[in-house]
Design a protein around this ligand. Structure first.
Ligand code: SF4
Length: 363
């Protein structure tokens, strides 16, 4: 029996659903921040199992989706430089910027390579000393420590041709920005499991304390998510707001101190632009002065051109949880996973892709 089987056990799931149904009397709106949770909720049909008192909202926790078009344009312009080899995770390839995508740039001759980790990117740099190898740093606190570690490794080896274009984002500041905007009413927050494994559940204390919103850190299996909903409903019914962990096998209050140390040794918080949300202070990660020589943005001259948003695409509103994919006039008709218009249809963690693949039961 695999560990994961316990978290897909139908008897446990039925017990939790019954308990949620019995205890939920108030109308509440629960937001899952993480795209991984959005996909799991859709795939397992969890919305259909919950009572009508519980409304589920999807937040901006998909790193590919929240990468702003201006940043995508930078990556594409960098990839088109003749001396550059751009390395990236596969999800980024099909996402369109203002005029093109990395996939299109590659078809037109740019040296764009898919890697599975920064170890691959470092190896490409070692094996191709005449090329300038740039790693496209897209991701949250889960990814940034590994990218920081690659920079430390490159420094240790004296690699002169390795660079990072840092588009990393930090999650707590953007949640604060969304709550401060007052655009969306959230009763309870399903906190991201993997991000919390790094930053610690204590990073969400300010939400429970300052906004009176209960927070529960969740895993990604159906029983994890139902347990999380059960715990949130329990707090909401009693009028409480605190941070709890329903994902104890992965998350502690303190997080992964070593990963955070490495991340903050190399990077420091800086402003970042989020698709749909705009500029959020302290929500990005820029290279510290001591590691500036690895900064692709500083090392190369390139012109990303003016930023243009995809016409008719409402990814921004979906990422702010004020609209759902079905409210997009292009959903399923023009925009599909085979022909994506916006990033939320490209990414495996995007809401539009999740609704497309698993949303039939919702219709
Ligand atoms: Fe954008 Fe496509 Fe989603 Fe519409 S369905 S919001 S066009 S990604």
């Amino acid at each position: 029996m695999r560990l994961v089987d316990d978290f897909r056990n139908s008897d446990l799931a039925k017990g939790l659903i019954g308990s949620i149904r019995r205890s939920s009397t108030k109308h509440v709106r629960l937001m899952e921040f993480c795209g991984g949770h959005t996909v799991a909720i859709m795939r397992h049909g969890i919305r259909q199992l919950l009572p009508s008192t519980i409304e589920m909202l999807s937040g901006p926790g998909c790193p590919v989706c929240v990468t702003d078009n201006a940043d995508l344009d930078k990556a594409i312009a960098l990839a088109r430089l003749p001396e550059v080899t751009l390395t990236t995770f596969g999800d980024m390839l099909k996402v369109r910027g203002s005029r093109s995508s990395l996939q299109q740039a590659r078809a037109e001759g740019a040296d764009v390579r898919i890697v599975y980790s920064t170890l691959d990117a470092l190896q490409i740099a070692r094996q191709n000393p005449s090329r300038k190898v740039v790693f496209l740093g897209v991701g949250f606190e889960t990814t940034a420590p590994t990218v920081a570690a690659s920079i430390l490794q490159a420094e240790k080896e004296g690699l002169q041709n390795y660079y990072v274009l840092s588009m990393h984002k930090l999650c707590p500041p953007v949640i604060k920005a969304i709550l401060d905007s007052g655009e969306v009413r959230v009763s309870g927050l399903i906190c991201p499991g993997h991000v919390s494994a790094v930053v610690g559940s204590g990073s969400w204390d300010f939400i429970a304390r300052d906004y009176g919103i209960p927070c529960v850190v969740s895993g990604f299996e159906p029983v994890d998510i139902l347990q999380t909903v059960h715990m949130l409903v329990g707090q909401l019914e009693k009028g409480e707001s605190r941070v709890e962990i329903a994902y104890r096998r992965g998350v502690s209050a303190e997080g992964n101190k070593r990963a955070l140390e490495i991340m903050y040794q190399v990077f420091e918080p800086c402003p970042a632009r989020w698709r749909g949300v705009g500029a959020v202070p302290g929500s990005g990660l820029g290279l510290r002065d001591a590691y500036r020589r690895f900064d692709a943005e500083a090392a190369f001259e390139f012109d990303p051109g003016p930023t243009v948003e995809p016409k008719g695409c409402i990814c921004g509103e979906i990422l702010r949880a004020i609209k759902t994919p079905r409210e997009c006039s292009l959903f399923r008709s023009v925009c599909t996973p085979a022909n994506p218009v916006g990033p939320c249809m490209v990414s495996s963690e995007g809401s539009c892709a999740a609704y497309y693949l698993y949303g039939a039961a919702d219709d």
